[in-house]
Structures are given as C-alpha cells and as structure tokens.
Design a protein around this ligand. Structure first.
Ligand code: ATP
Ligand code: MG
Length: 288
C-alpha cells in the first residue's frame, strides 16, 4: 500500500455551500426476521469528499447504503439529507430526494433491449415524462465523461463488463446528483479496468464536486479514492478516520482486514469444515 495520501479538496475553491454533511445517519438499527443486520450505525458523510466504507462480506454495507436513499427503512434510527429527516417520507415525497443521488448498485444491470444511449437517457425520460429537448446533449455529456461516447448506438451485450459499469455510472450521473453511491464498483473487474473506475470516481468528484460514498472490499481502490474511511464489522462501525489513520491503526479487526487475514474464529470454522470433509472422504474411501 504505497499510494500517496490524498488531501481533501482545497477549501478555498470549494463551492459556497453549508459545511454540514449532506447525508447523515443516526443510530440505524435494522433486522430481517430475527437476524439483526445493523446494530446502531451513526455516520456523517463529509461534503465534497469521497468516503470509503470497508468491511467483510455480510457486515451490512449494502444494507446501510440502501437506507440512505430510502430503499430500506430502519427499524430504529434516522436518516438525514441536507438535515431533512427522510426515513419516514412517503415514496412520493422521497422521489425528488432520490434524484439528488446517483447510484451504482452491486448488480448495476443495464437494460439489455435498450442501446447505451437509451439506457443513459432513461432517468431523464422518467423525470420529464418523455425525452427532454436536450436529451442527446445530456446523454453525450455523461458518456463523454466516462469515455464511452462512441458506444451510444451499441447494445450492452456488445460491451465488456468494465464498459458496462461505466455506462451504468453515466446513467447514475445524468441527472446531476449531489451525492453518488457506489456499491462494489470494481468487483469482477481486472486490475486495469478497476483502475479506470477509480480514476472516474476521482474525476467525478473533482469535476462535478459530488459527495461520494464507495462501498468496497478492494483495498487498492479504497486507498486510491478515499478522503475519509469507515470500517464496518458485524453491523457496527468499528473505526472512522483518514486513510493515514487506517494505515496506522492498531485496531485488531481493521488490521486483520487490511492484511487480508481471517480471524481466529473464522479459521476455526474452516478447520472444522476441513476436518469434517476429511472424515467424510475417509468414509467414502472405506465404502469402496
Ligand atoms: N432484503 C433482505 N432480506 C433479508 N436479509 C437481507 C436482506 N438484505 C440483506 N440481508 C442480509 O443482511 C446481511 C448484510 O447484507 P449486506 O448485503 O448489507 O452485506 P454486505 O456487507 O454488503 O456484503 P457484501 O460485501 O458481500 O456485499 C446479510 O446477512 C444478508 O443476507
Ligand atoms: Mg454488499
């Protein structure tokens, strides 16, 4: 991990906006059936910065992200957008708030039967009830931003996985959102294609001055794009700070995660399964 430490954007050329976090959650608790997934998560995502949320599979990262745009409702706790409480709003009243967000989901599928251009135009048509007068200009603007203007007439299955992610990203930003949410944007991509996505996250933050929230377990990507980092573990936030603070932390869970090591408990579970498999293999061998 030798990447340079990134500094937050220069305060002097930041837009004249309130400094409070545009998105904030307080004490989020969420269960599915009897399983509690979020155990009281409180976080504020600083304006104009990129916050990376790290954590092992199943710790509740995607569930937390879905609460920010009202796709899931908390059992307890609060969600704020620009200091307005939004977790109890009706779907109708959530509409204009959701349009301030661009999201790139983990399964960020494009519509196969539509061209790239039509996919990207989709949110514009939904908003305007039909194509707006400057649709093509808007579509070309965002496709140019992700470097794929030339694919406008193509269909998603003619593109690589990395290109499809970039088209999904273009679609996510076509309504000029204030906040962009990325759920595992580099999963399934090779290192070079992942880096193209990282560069795009940085470019959008610089050029569109968005607040970005990136959920990932790709550490190279995390340290490349983060101004601010959060580590979640088993439904709670265990550490929050700068990338430098993360590199230097002596928090055992975070260190293990950054080194890619399994915990004692996980290792024990793996050993038990291996031992069971060995016993089963012996039984099969004996029966022959
Ligand atoms: N709609 C749902 N109904 C029931 N259980 C759910 C639902 N969504 C998530 N869960 C459960 O909540 C837990 C956390 O899921 P979540 O998707 O937030 O994990 P994650 O941290 O994003 O993991 P990954 O890194 O694998 O994407 C998991 O055990 C998952 O099975
Ligand atoms: Mg997830």
């Amino acid at each position: 991990m030798s990447e340079e430490v990134r500094q937050p954007p220069d305060a002097t050329d930041a837009p004249a906006e309130p400094t409070v976090a545009p998105v904030r959650v307080e004490g989020l608790i969420k269960s599915f059936g009897r399983k509690r997934v979020l155990h009281g998560v409180s976080l504020a995502f600083p304006r104009g910065m990129t916050t990376v949320v790290l954590g092992p599979s199943g710790c509740g990262k995607s569930v937390m992200l879905k609460h920010l745009v009202g796709l899931l409702r908390p059992d307890r706790g609060e969600v704020f957008f620009e200091e307005e409480r939004i977790d109890r709003l009706s779907e109708r009243r959530l509409g204009p708030i959701r349009r301030q967000f661009g999201f790139l989901f983990q399964q960020g599928a494009l519509f196969d039967s539509m061209t790239v251009g039509e996919n990207v135009a989709f949110p514009l048509r939904e908003l305007h009830g039909g194509p707006p007068y400057d649709e093509e200009a808007q579509v070309r603007r965002v496709l140019r931003l992700v470097g794929l203007e030339q694919t406008i007439e193509q269909f998603p299955n003619e593109l690589s996985g990395g290109q499809q992610k970039r088209v999904a990203l273009a679609r996510a930003i076509v309504l000029r959102p204030k906040v962009v949410l990325y759920d595992e944007p580099t999963t399934g991509l090779d290192p070079i294609r992942s880096d193209v996505i990282n560069e795009l996250i940085l470019k959008l933050q610089r050029e569109l001055r968005v607040t970005s929230i990136v959920v990932t377990h790709d550490l190279t990507s995390a340290f490349k794009v983060a101004d601010h980092m959060v580590m979640m573990y088993e439904g709670s936030v265990v550490l929050e700070g700068t990338p430098e603070e993360f590199r230097r932390t002596d928090h055992a869970v975070v260190r293990r995660f950054l080194r890619g090591e399994a915990s004692e408990e996980e290792l024990r579970a793996i050993r038990e399964v291996t031992a069971e498999n060995r016993a089963a293999t012996r039984r099969i061998g004996g029966a022959r």
